[in-house]
Ligand binder design. Structure first.
Ligand SMILES: [Zn+2]
Length: 268
């Protein structure tokens, strides 16, 4: 159960949301006191929760509390959630479990040595998957992977970073953009610094109302790797009659837009 029935939050972009919840007219930076139950489902706000089994009081991010409540039917601390038949290995033969665990030691944590040919095949399969939108990739840029539905095309795309999400919103609101997608099936073979060949999948394919096609990459910062990929992408685009465009965080943050976006996104 909840250990606090009122919490203080700032409205930010959720002014209309909280108005509909009955918290009156507020401003962007208004601090209001609300019931945690009125937080948006995906809120990242930390809320004090009491474990329904051991009574321990702990903090949990609201969206995780919602999910955990749906899963267990009650609030459980991390230790109680691992007890009894909630634990995958509960009541299983210990000997079997140990054998299973040891099998990883033999194979260096399950990683086998792969031949260059195997590696190349894996790389190709993986980049095919990413280019067609079947595989979601990990990103370290803010580590925030979110699903975004375009208001322009109704297509759903995973944004691998908040930077990318902001760019998607910009593309949706740009009147000159007719269509944009991440599922463009474009992959560009390039030679990395190590001398190995890899596939590079650009972020966006954008079609403008004048018929021009832009292949776009959104990057937090410039690295050697980004420059090498850009070199190959430029050649690829020239051959196709496309334009290659590289956008950095600095350009997206003109007028502090990116910073404001992140702040809005993180808070409720
Ligand atoms: Zn507990």
């Amino acid at each position: 159960m909840l250990a606090e029935d009122r919490i203080k939050i700032q409205c930010y972009s959720k002014i209309q949301y909280y108005k509909e919840k009955g918290y009156g007219e507020n401003k962007y930076d208004s601090v209001i006191e609300i019931s945690p139950n009125d937080l948006p489902r995906t809120s990242a706000k930390k809320v004090k929760v009491k474990c329904d089994e051991c009574g321990k009081v702990f903090e949990r991010i609201w969206q995780y509390r919602v999910k955990s409540l749906e899963r267990w039917g009650k609030d459980l601390c991390s230790s109680c959630a691992r007890k009894g038949d909630r634990n995958n290995s509960y009541n299983q033969d210990r000997k079997e479990l140990l054998e299973y665990a040891r099998s990883f030691q033999k194979h260096e944590c399950g990683v086998q040595k792969r031949t260059p040919e195997q590696k190349r095949k894996m790389s190709q399969a993986r980049s095919d998957g990413i280019a067609e939108g079947r595989i979601r990739i990990h990103s370290h840029n803010w580590g925030e992977k979110t699903l975004y539905q375009s208001t322009k095309t109704n297509e759903k795309h995973y944004a691998d970073s908040l930077l990318e999400r902001l760019r998607m919103i910009q593309l949706d609101s740009d009147n000159k953009v007719v269509y944009w997608t991440k599922k463009h099936k474009i992959k560009i073979l390039y030679k990395a610094k190590t001398g190995e060949f890899h596939y590079y999948i650009p972020d966006f394919k954008i079609i403008y109302s004048d018929g021009s096609v832009v292949i776009e990459e959104v990057k937090g910062r410039m690295t050697d790797d980004v420059k090498i990929k850009a070199k190959y992408a430029n050649v690829f685009c020239n051959n196709k009659g496309y334009v290659y465009r590289l956008i950095t965080q600095r350009e997206l943050n003109e007028n502090g837009e990116y910073r404001k976006f992140i702040r809005d996104f993180r808070k409720e």
